[in-house]
Design a protein around this ligand. Sequence first.
Ligand code: ADP
Length: 444
Amino acid sequence: MKETLRILVVDDDELDRMTVYLALTQAGEKIELSEVSDAKTAISTLRRTTYDCVFLDNDLPDQDALSLIQKLRDSEIKVPLVVITDQGDEQTAVELMKAGATDYLAKSRLSSATVTQVLRHAMRVYQAELQRDLAHQQLKESHEQLLRKNQELERQQEQIQLQNLKLLEASRLKSQFLATMSHELRTPMNAIIGFAQILLRPKFGKLTNQQADMVERILNNGKHLLLLVNEVLDFSKLEEGRLALQPELFDVAKVTHTAVAEMRSLAEAKKLSLIVKINIANSLIFNDPVRIRQILLNLLSNSIKFTESGSIWVELQDLGENRVAIAVRDTGIGISSQDSQHIFEAFRQVDQSITRKYSGTGLGLAIINSLVQMMGGKISLESQVGVGSLFKIELPRKVSLSTSNQTLAAVDFNGKGILSSPQNSHPSPSQTSQVSMGFPHLKL
Ligand code: ADP
């Protein structure tokens, strides 16, 4: 069943109004017609009632169709508008359309066919316009929403940046505090160690066995404490970018032997054999001997600390012309692949409980990792729980001076060391050049 269309005809000529009405009804449209004869009444009628279409005469007695259309659009009255124009008045028609008329029809062409065609067309155009306006409105709203979200994100970003600055400042203060404290602690520690050593010298008078034993304990504990304090100082210096390498030409085999000799008594105390293998033709390298010794002592003391029985090997090896490898391997408790991911990070220990069995600051490997990076080398780990660990460092024979003076801003304390372990052994490309460190009897 056809719907009934509500039509308003605005025309001061009754005959014209009748013509429109007849044309529509003859075309078979079901219509409910309202008629007004001037613009003013048209506006008030349209304010009150909704119509499906308005037929509007171009020449109204109180104003022309153009200003009426503008008024309707200004008052946001939306309705399909068809203007009935005089024959040949195309220019006016264009202006009317521009102002907001939906369509126009010359009076001379008024017939049932044209009227119904123009009516349907105007209604379709109007519907399309409504949909376009709706889509436009929705777009506008989502644009505004996006703008609001953007503003919110920008505000959050500013807050995060502010928090970041605060964190950086807190971290800087912490590093400064660590540096100052460890520096302050070193002076009295050195005095304690120095006086303990003097007391043990026979020319200062003979101590009883019990007294000598106690002074030795003071000395050993003092040395251990100094080691820890030095670690904290190094860490804070590295973190602040104040640690630079002092490279020189030296014999790495000699430094290795000295470091091993220093640690031998500790290994012997735990009945561990400590084996050195120097498989290197030319042991002269250009690097910082103090830092190489520090790395060796650190790896060795870890191996001794975490090994209850068996052996520890230290090996030097040539890696082609320009690189050398230093490796420390043990038959200790080993490290799981999961823990391996983190132990190069500062303050990370496999056992982080307060009641842990092994002492330490958790800084040793982070410092080693940073130093190795500064030297332009890399460190890798192979380990298996209950079997043992192998820490391997590959270094250039000659550190570049620019790298050695690099500050820690370039060194990464999240400890992204190169890890590999038998449980998780898909070596990265940098690891495929790994050489066998020559411990064939120790299968990791
Ligand atoms: P620290 O030894 O002071 O705790 P490190 O940074 O030197 O700190 O080592 C971090 C952690 O890595 C140790 O706490 C330990 O859990 C693990 N680790 C290091 N070396 C070995 C090793 N040779 N065998 C087993 N675990 C080790």
